[in-house]
Ligand binder design. Structure first.
Ligand code: SF4
Length: 507
C-alpha cells in the first residue's frame, strides 16, 4: 500500500521534457530578447504547452515573463520589445504528467527564485529521481513549496545552499552531488552570469555556441544545436556529462568537470524522435544517425529478397521524423522514396500531446494519405517508434482504407519499447506500452501479435545492436532502459522493481 501510494504520487506530479536556452552578451546596450525568442522558436518541438523568459536588466534586476502557449503567441513583438537586457534565459515546457494539464503560472519556467538574500532564475529540463527524499528533507527544515515540481525542489535546494556562500560554482557543485536524476539546467544570477549544468550521466543534451563580431561577443547555451544555428551562432561544443560551465559576458567560458562517470547514458530517443535532424548531439548528427537507422533496417529486411514485392514497393515515411530514416532505407534498398502521407503542419506532434484522447483525435486530423501515389502499391512504411500502438493502428488503417494501398510493410527505427521511462518521458507504465504488454502476454511471439493488432502485413523493428551502431556511440554511453529494462540510475532501478512487484501482485 505504501509503495502504491508512492508510485501513484510520482506519476501525478509534473515531469518535464523541455527546452532550455540562454544568451549572454558583452555589450550592455544590446538586448538579447529577440535572440531568446529565435532560440525558443527553434526549440518549440521539445515543448509546446508554455514558454517563458528571464532577462537581467541594467542594475541587476531580473524580470521574468511566462505564459501558457506557443512561443510565437506568448512572446509577441510588443512583449519582446518591452524586455531589455544583455543576459537572459528561456524555457519551453511540456508537462509529461499528461491529461491533467498544469496550467498554473507557478508551473511555467523559468523559475524565478527571490528572497531578501538571494535572487536567480533557473530553467530546467529533466527529472529528479530522488525528488521525494530531497523535498522531505527540505520540508523538515521548514521550507515552503508552492508547486509540486522537480524544478522548485532544485531551485529551493540551490537557494538554501547559496545562503552560505556567494561562490556559485561551489553552490552548483554541492547541488549536483545531492541530485540523482536526468537533467540539464541553466541558471542566471542577478550579477549577469549564466551557469549550465548537465547530469553526470548526460541523459539530456546541452551545448554551447558563440557569435563574435567587431561590435559584440555573444555566448549561447541550448538544449539543441539547431537553436544556436537559428540565432546565427556557431556550435562550440557539448556541455559534458557532470560538467558545470560558467558563461560570463565579462570573461570567457569557464568550466569544471564536477563528477566524471566511467559511463554515460545519453537518451537514445533523442536520435529516434525528440531532436531535430539538423541538431548535433554529443558530436553525432541526428540526421546522419537517422539515415544509418534506415540503412540498417533495409540491410536486415527479408521482404527485399522477394522480387514481386520489390517490383511493386515504394518507401513512404511517416512525416516528419520518419523522413531521414526512409531516405536511408530507400537508398540502401534501391527502391523509390515517395511522400505518401500529407501532414497538416498546424497540428502538434501526437506523441508529446498530453492525454490519450487528445493524441488519438490529433492523428486523424494530422495525416492524410496521397492516394495517387500509394494506391495498389506495397508500402514500406517507415516510422520512428511504436509507443502505445493506437496511432500506428490508425495510420495503417488510413493507408489501406483511404489510400487503398495493397500491403503495408511497417518498419520501425526504434527497437520495441518494453519498459517505462522514469527519466521524464511520457510513457509511464508497462501496461500502456504495446510491446511491454504483449511481451508479457505472448513471450517470443509478441512481435507477430503486435503486427496482427496493428493490422500491418509485415512488421520489422530495429534491433538494439544496430540502433547503437547507427547512433555511433558505445552501448555504455547510451540510455537504453526503455528497450532493455536496465536502468542506469540506482534509485530508478528500485522504483522499477517496486512497480513490477505491484503489477505482479495485481495479476
Ligand atoms: S528510458 Fe528510454 S526514453 Fe527514457 S531516458 Fe532512457 S532511452 Fe530515453
Amino acid at each position: 500500500m505504501l509503495f502504491k501510494m508512492k508510485i501513484k504520487k510520482m506519476r501525478e506530479k509534473p515531469r518535464e521534457n523541455c527546452a532550455i536556452f540562454g544568451v549572454t552578451c558583452n555589450d550592455l546596450g544590446y538586448s538579447v530578447s529577440k535572440l531568446l525568442y529565435q532560440g525558443l522558436i527553434a526549440l518549440q518541438h521539445r515543448g509546446q504547452e508554455s514558454t517563458g523568459i528571464s532577462l537581467l536588466k541594467t542594475g541587476g534586476k531580473i524580470y521574468t515573463y511566462k505564459r501558457n502557449g506557443l512561443v510565437s503567441k506568448v512572446l509577441e513583438n510588443p512583449i519582446i520589445s518591452q524586455f531589455w537586457g544583455n543576459v537572459g534565459i528561456g524555457h519551453n515546457r511540456y508537462a509529461t504528467t499528461g491529461a491533467v494539464g498544469y496550467k498554473s503560472m507557478d508551473y511555467i519556467q523559468p523559475f524565478h527564485f527571490k528572497t531578501n538574500e538571494i535572487e536567480f532564475s533557473m530553467a530546467f529540463n529533466g527529472t529528479i529521481a530522488n525528488f521525494d527524499e530531497i523535498k522531505k528533507n527540505m520540508d523538515d527544515m521548514g521550507r515552503v513549496f508552492i508547486t509540486d515540481t522537480d524544478t522548485e525542489v532544485i531551485a529551493q535546494l540551490i537557494g538554501s545552499i547559496a545562503l552560505g556562500t556567494e561562490d556559485w560554482p561551489e553552490v552548483l557543485k554541492l547541488t549536483s552531488r545531492l541530485l540523482d536524476g536526468s537533467y540539464s539546467l541553466i541558471l542566471m544570477t542577478d550579477e549577469g552570469d549564466i551557469y549550465a549544468m548537465r547530469d553526470p550521466l548526460g541523459f539530456k543534451p546541452l551545448c554551447i555556441g558563440e557569435l563574435k563580431s567587431d561590435k559584440r561577443n555573444l555566448y549561447f547555451v541550448s538544449s539543441e544545436s539547431c537553436a544556436i544555428d537559428a540565432v546565427g551562432g556557431i556550435l562550440l561544443r557539448d556541455v559534458e556529462p557532470g560538467e558545470i560551465l560558467h558563461l560570463s559576458h565579462q570573461k570567457d567560458i569557464h568550466s569544471e568537470l564536477v563528477i566524471k562517470s566511467p559511463k554515460t547514458a545519453l537518451c537514445q530517443f533523442e536520435f529516434i524522435y525528440f531532436a531535430r535532424p539538423d541538431s548535433i548531439i554529443d558530436g553525432v548528427s541526428v540526421a546522419q544517425a537517422r539515415l544509418r537507422l534506415g540503412s540498417l533496417l533495409a540491410k536486415n529486411d527479408p521482404i527485399l529478397k522477394n522480387p514481386e514485392i520489390r517490383e511493386n514497393a515504394v518507401v513512404v515515411p511517416v512525416p516528419d521524423s520518419g523522413r531521414s530514416v526512409a531516405v536511408g532505407y530507400a537508398k540502401e534498398a534501391k527502391l523509390p522514396y515517395v511522400e505518401g502521407l500529407m501532414k497538416n503542419r498546424y497540428i502538434w506532434r501526437t506523441f508529446i500531446i498530453p492525454g490519450q484522447a487528445r493524441r488519438k483525435a490529433a492523428v486523424k486530423e494530422k495525416l492524410n494519405p496521397i492516394k495517387s501515389v500509394i494506391q495498389g502499391r506495397d508500402i514500406i512504411l517507415l516510422d520512428d517508434s511504436i509507443v502505445r500502438g493506437t496511432t500506428t493502428q490508425q495510420l495503417v488503417s488510413l493507408l489501406k482504407n483511404r489510400g487503398e494501398a495493397k500491403n503495408i510493410h511497417l518498419r520501425i527505427s526504434c527497437p520495441p519499447i518494453v519498459s517505462p521511462c522514469y527519466m521524464g518521458i511520457d510513457f509511464p507504465t508497462k501496461e500502456e506500452l504495446i510491446a511491454g504488454r504483449f511481451q508479457k502476454l505472448y513471450n517470443e511471439n509478441y512481435i507477430e501479435e503486435i503486427r496482427k493488432k496493428i493490422g500491418a502485413d509485415t512488421l520489422l523493428y530495429q534491433n538494439v545492436e544496430d540502433l547503437v551502431m547507427a547512433i555511433g556511440k558505445e552501448e555504455n554511453q547510451l540510455c537504453l532502459a526503455c528497450l532493455t529494462g536496465n536502468y542506469p540510475l540506482k534509485s530508478v532501478e528500485k522504483l522499477a522493481e517496486m512497480e513490477q512487484s505491484i503489477v505482479q501482485s495485481r495479476v
